[in-house]
Design a protein. Structure first.
Length: 310
């Protein structure tokens, strides 16, 4: 039986409002077939969902460009009340990812501008940032945010850290960051059962408290030392799955902040992931993509499909 968005929101309303700051990656996901660009990026999405789905105190720290897409993104953060007072602005293009439809109507990535201004700059956490971050119960970041060297100083000030390693992290990178990470997320749909268990054991042994491995349409696994939990997906009338994984992360973290065990955390995470699938883009708020977005794509990917085509 399919669950309605209203039913999902009722389920989530029982979870206390969390306190979270996202640090690092942000993009606009440009849908070539719609000529629209939607705000996104793992660290930004988790902060946005924390605010939109749970009414939590949320902030974001990252590097934006100074083009119209960055201006739109900052305006969206203001509209949804995610604090952006510590965001940096650099001259140049904001990060963009480009998506087209294939012959079956499924989304496929056709390129990016490699993070725009974020590609050549590294976010450095200042003492003022540390004071700001310490005002939140949790900080979330990702393998695409390039702030691993900042994790020790953030952790020592008492803020819990969650980290999305996706499927791009090497074992030595995990080993270096794990001592400072409370909850680690991995994308594991291409791994075997044995490989997932090994990845979880490796991460737990190096200091992570909880490991969550998402499996796409097959649900997710969560591991603590000595225990494992599983969850399926909740069936909804899906509009767009973009951002579902980031919403899943947000739900798990909100539930954990409420003191729930890993089974309950997975259930709430499944609800937030499903709710995100009922929204266009990651969480809506599109802007016209236009020829300036198109030029960024063709500059790096000359063979990219034309607007409105697969």
């Amino acid at each position: 039986m399919r669950i309605t968005p209203e039913q999902l929101r009722t389920l989530l309303s029982a979870v206390p409002a969390p306190s979270l700051v996202g640090i690092g990656d942000n993009v606009l996901d440009c849908y070539l077939h719609e000529d629209l660009a939607y705000p996104g990026g793992n660290a930004l999405n988790v902060a946005a969902y924390s605010r939109l789905f749970f009414g939590g105190a949320a902030g974001f720290i990252g590097i934006l460009g100074d083009d119209r897409f960055a201006q739109h993104l900052r305006g969206v953060l203001d509209d949804i009340e995610v604090d952006a007072s510590h965001v940096r602005t650099a001259h140049g293009a904001n990060g963009m990812a480009f998506v087209a439809l294939d012959e079956d109507g499924d989304r496929r990535s056709v390129g990016s501008n490699r993070g725009g201004v974020q590609h050549q700059l590294r976010l450095r956490i200042t003492e003022q940032d540390h004071d700001y971050i310490a005002g939140f119960a949790r900080m979330h970041t990702s393998v695409y945010s390039s702030i691993d060297s900042e994790l020790p100083s953030i952790a020592e000030r008492g803020t819990l850290i969650s980290y999305d390693y996706s499927d791009d992290a090497r074992r030595d990178d995990i080993a270096r960051s794990a001592p400072f990470v409370e909850v680690a997320f991995f994308s594991g749909s291409t791994l075997t059962d044995a490989e997932r268990d090994d990845l979880a054991e490796f991460s737990l042994a190096r200091g992570v408290d909880v490991v969550v491995i998402t499996l796409g349409s097959r649900g997710a696994l969560a591991y603590e030392r000595g225990s494992r939990a599983t969850a399926g997906v909740k069936s909804v009338e899906a509009i767009d799955a973009l951002g579902a994984g980031d919403a899943f992360i947000t739900g798990f973290l909100a539930s954990r902040a409420a003191g729930h065990g890993i089974d309950a955390c997975l259930d709430i995470a499944s609800a937030t992931g499903a709710l995100a699938c009922t929204l266009r883009g990651a969480f809506g708020y599109p802007v016209q993509a236009g020829e300036d977005a198109r030029e960024q794509l063709t500059r790096r990917h000359p063979s990219a499909p034309a607007k409105g085509t697969a």
